[in-house]
Design a protein around this ligand. Structure first.
Ligand code: ADP
Ligand code: MG
Length: 346
């Protein structure tokens, strides 16, 4: 292990709850200064992994180092160097954002002056300066999460664990949190971020570890993960369901693999290598055959498709019904979990 290069290293972590194996040989290596996504469906073991790395839970087997310290042998050293934001906000409803930050600063043993100064910096960094003196109960979901992120940054941790930071937020709130995470990384903080959302991992992470049933099944850059399913896809949506067969024939002639037909959405898709000529050829053929096309295009495979390829099944979706931009304004999909927040005071 090389503590100089990795902010987080986990090897063969095991954790059982009774009969249930929550972690079953979990491996992870997070480079310093990077954002590493931990992507997996509900129940995959993400929170268990984060809790072990944050020294809140002891592993049954395997080992882990965070910021160069072993989580089992030297948990105090680890705690001094990390921040953790769970899915539920730990901030006090009645107080203002500024009061909350100063209070946390004092909890972490900053003197009054330093706590106030640090609070100002964080309000600025997380775009909360204007709302600083509002009661937190008036905050939107995105503002709350940003305040929660700010409190976990009071001591400028080397490594920050974010456990599903955007679950339950509306699209605007998610964007606000993504911006906040980007600003942390610009400051040099290493971030391990768990998520159930392919697009979130894709947008924020330098690398993505895919976890399923307590085991890491892939770990690569978002681009390389997408590459695994064979590059770009051509996709044709026809106006008339009766034309699906003709469209599939046209796509089959240019594609590198058997096209997939989605009757419900009147769509045919297949991977292609020579993007532009494939597109041109399909457009020309469909015009000749007088097939009315509603939509046609090239797109990169989504991480959802990568998951399907890696595991043989779809990633389970969060339970709540959701639009194209994800769940909105709902609670978390899992059962209750205590609020998590810690720093040097722990
Ligand atoms: N305290 C617990 N007692 C029993 N089983 C648990 C407990 N915490 C988690 N589990 C189980 O362990 C598995 C992994 O859970 P978790 O780490 O919370 O997954 P994720 O965060 O990816 O949704 C799940 O099957 C979950 O039901
Ligand atoms: Mg979880």
């Amino acid at each position: 292990m090389s503590p100089s290069r990795h902010a987080v290293l986990a090897e063969g972590l095991q954790k059982r709850y009774g009969e249930k194996r929550a972690l079953d040989g979990f491996d992870l290596a997070v480079e310093r200064g990077s954002v590493h996504g931990l992507l997996g469906p509900n129940g995959a073991g993400k929170t268990t992994a984060v809790r072990i790395l944050a020294t809140l839970l002891r592993p049954d087997g395997g080992r882990a180092e965070v910021a160069g310290h072993d989580v089992s042998r030297d948990p105090r050293a680890v705690r001094r160097r990390i921040g953790l934001t769970g899915q539920a906000a730990a901030v006090d409803e009645i107080n203002t954002a500024r009061q909350n930050l100063v209070m946390f600063g004092r909890l972490f043993h900053l003197d009054k002056k330093r706590a106030v100064r640090r609070s100002e910096e964080l309000l600025e960094q997380f775009g909360l300066t204007e709302a600083a003196d509002k009661g937190v109960k008036e905050f939107s979901g995105g503002m709350r999460r940003r305040l929660d992120l700010a409190t976990s940054m009071i001591l400028a941790p080397q490594v920050l664990f974010l456990d599903e930071p955007t679950t339950g937020l509306d699209p605007r709130g998610r964007n606000e949190v993504w911006e906040a995470v980007r600003s942390l990384v610009a400051d040099g903080t290493t971030v391990l971020l768990t998520t159930q959302y392919m697009d979130e991992a894709d947008k924020l992470a330098d690398r993505i570890a895919v976890i399923e049933r307590g085991r890491t099944i892939a770990d690569d850059t978002p681009a390389a993960l997408k590459q695994q399913i064979g590059g770009d896809q051509i996709e044709v949506v026809v106006t008339e369901p009766a034309d699906l067969g003709t469209a599939a024939g046209a796509v089959a002639r240019v594609a590198g693999a058997e096209p997939v037909t989605d009757e419900e959405n009147r769509r045919v898709s297949a991977p292609v290598t020579d993007r532009v000529s494939a597109l041109t050829e399909v457009v020309r053929t469909l015009q000749e055959e007088r097939v009315a096309v509603e939509d046609i295009g090239l797109r990169r495979p989504t991480l959802d498709e990568v998951f399907l390829r890696l595991t043989g099944h779809r990633a389970e979706e969060p339970e709540e019904p959701e639009g194209p931009d994800g769940p909105e304004g709902q609670g978390r999909p899992e059962g209750p979990e205590e609020t998590e927040k810690q720093g040097a005071a722990a």
